[in-house]
Ligand binder design. Sequence first.
Ligand SMILES: [Zn+2]
Length: 431
Amino acid sequence: MPDLLEDLSALVRVPSCAFSGFPREPVHEAAEITRALFAAVGAQSRLLPIDGGEPAVVAELGAGERHVVLYSHYDVQPAGDLDAWTTSPFEPTIRDGRLYGRGAADDKSGIVMHLGALRAMTRLLGDVPLRVTALIEGEEECGGPLPDYVLAHPAMVDADAMVVADVGNRSLGEPTLVTALRGVVDATVEVRTLPHPAHSGMFGGPAPDALLALIRILDTLRDEAGDTTVLSGYPWEGAPVDEQQYRADLGVAPDAQLLGTGPLADRLVTKPAVNVIGLDAPPVHGAINAVIPVARAKVSLRIPPATDPGTAMAALCEHLRQAAPWGVDVVVTPGEEGRGCALETQGPAYAAARWALGAAYGREASEAGEGGSIPLVAAIMEVAPRTEILLMGAEDPGAAIHAPNESVDIAELESMIVAETLFLLRLAETV
Ligand SMILES: [Zn+2]
């Protein structure tokens, strides 16, 4: 662990944010550090150019019947508000058993988890008894082109199993396999009622107010109880969600009303969830007494894991059009689509992972769903259906990924390294 924490610190020190407008040198430096770390465990490690994006690190090691791909990403989110950080985001600092810094959890912890498992095997056993390919992406946070690359190069991810270490356990010390991911679609709805603003004293009353019309449309997206009215869901069969923990993570009072009905896990995983994520209307400051002629909103719909995004997009757009009141003109423009995933969990890799997590943590692994979609996972499911995809990693809910004071729990990282090592050894035996 001391060696691995030094390696993690070296990675965190590099501000490898791949968003446009950020310098490229640190991105390439992080790629090179990652390449060298895998080379140092004896892997054939190289930078793989990806058209239209930053290179991925591909490192191959070991021999055997089984083949496993280990995924993580070396790019990070921007640091954001520096004043909100207790210590500098790119100066790794250990406090209370956690290592703080941008990317310490998301997803440089994933790199170190894979590295740790490979070191455990090469140093302690002198052998890696299966084929391992580490695939470390360089542009995950900004929606880079790796999923497209995978669609065009299926052999790269055709394996017995792939460990996607870009998630975390439901809580510290509670081993978790994330087996369902919601998808997402979004659309923009624009209401135009008048050619120009109209004086509300002279014209107001009969004149159609575009913002009020838009508000009425948006209001139909949830019912009285707060349930989403577009699409329907199904019951979640994995672990329940702890309401106290959810409230604490969300930052709301224990008695604050939550939206929707049914088990919390259904509302977070297998039921649709709509939100208005942007609104164009005159700001309050400078508002004048006029009937507003045009207003616009962007609506985002998280969709159940098994729902087809094309179907969901059509349902959302049709709903927005149908909801228009007073015969106003509405233009609905479809936006982005992301496929969700309901993973197949009955194969030998899942059996090995459940055993390994149980052995590493001394308690049975649970299954969880996650709200975010991972385009890469959807791409793999499409082109490499035999690959069992395992989502497990060291980003616990306290890791504050994408937020100030991101951190990884060191004991959790160690446990996940033990679990991944045991998983690989177990899978190698099941030929
Ligand atoms: Zn990530």
